[in-house]
Ligand binder design. Sequence first.
Ligand code: GDP
Ligand code: IMO
Ligand code: MG
Length: 430
Amino acid sequence: MTVFNPDARVQLVLGTQWGDEGKGKIVDLLGEQHDVVARFQGGPNAGHTVQIEGEQFILHHIPSGILHDHTICVIGNGMVVDPETILTEIEELEDRGFEVCGRLLISENAHLILPYHKIIDKASEGFKEDAKIGTTGCGIGPAYADKIRREGFRAGDLLTRDWEARLREKVRINNLVLERVYGEPPVDAEDVIGLLLRFMDRLSASIADTMHYMQACLREKKRILLEGAQGTLLDIDFGTYPFVTSSNTTIGGVSTGLGIAPQRIDHTLGILKAYTTRVGNGPFPTELAGDFGDRLREMGGEYGATTGRPRRCGWLDLVAAKYAVQLNGVDSLCITKLDVLDTLDEIRICTAYDVQGDRTGEFPVSGEKLESVRPVYETVPGWKTRISSLTAYGDLPDAARAYLDRISDLLGIPVRIVSVGAGREQTIIL
Ligand code: GDP
Ligand code: IMO
Ligand code: MG
């Protein structure tokens, strides 16, 4: 497969919708031509699927470049790491023949998700009557909250002499919260220490100063691939708050989450699914409730890679995509899952919102406003042909090319990659 952008040393791949755009597949694909693949935010809430020769891998913490044996994979300081599930993830990869620990670096400043974070995440959702977020239950919000409150526990803390005493104190305080606020049973501090000792047993040599490592890679002109998790509309600042995740999923997250200056990013590739999905609650203007939404879910296999939950499905929303393109300075697009639309007679594209009679192309930042917009659609013909075995742009049916061209025109940036199936090889590079 040819490199789509040979001049870019540092490339960023990020989601332009509500996550699950197919980032994992594309990072794996591009990973072949990179030396380092790094994640900068999020944690095991991510579920990034890679399919190679019919075999499926779902990555949660480990960057999706791990399946190429030459890459170094970095977990940046902006991530939150669950010691329990990362060990399982590594074990599963190693059982399938991939060497992981020797190629993995974990920032000493990455915060750990501890058992009480997961309990609080699930319990606090149970308390909300009207604004349940529908989190993944992985403890993401509580772990980031501890970071911001300056009460977190970092990977590098495990390398200090008195970490066990400090951890016992954190467990003691959090047990008070668990019991008094949530009525949950306490966590056993010795169990948590046991878990962290197992984590250290496997990964102590991986804990590193990843900021200086990334800087050395930049100096040595290594090819670096940055892997976003979640999507732009789940960003804590720019997403559909409060129905968002707890990190900056947008381009700024790279700088704060890895220590790479913004101007060092040579190319930003926005991943855009050919339709829209969302898992969890919150506004979704182009959602297709009812039978057609169900049909789209079945055609696209739209079930969460982390939680197995059915994803909500709808038409492509270019008002939201335009917002993501502007916010992230997206240079080019990768359109994924185009094959899922193969059987449709016609396809709709949302090109504007109607806000109480006024038409706008601007994505409202207020969630309440977004709840009340009505999508304005343009309808284009479907292609009614199977495209999943095609490998050249020129072989795509006219209607499929017209759909891609329309997206590119309306967003004002080129389409560089088209994905027509889950497999590595089911990809068209323009
Ligand atoms: P990510 O979180 O952005 O990495 O995306 P997920 O892995 O959560 O969801 C994408 C799903 O679509 C996975 O099951 C992929 O295997 C699958 N997939 C990716 N690209 C394509 C494609 O072009 N066509 C089809 N049919 N499936 C795809
Ligand atoms: P990838 O990287 C889709 C959603 C959850 C919920 C909200 C907050 O696979 O695209 P959290 O557990 O982060 O506190 O949940 O964010 N969410 C995702 N949705 N893809 C993801 O990751 C997601 N990670 C979190 O469903 O609505
Ligand atoms: Mg996913």
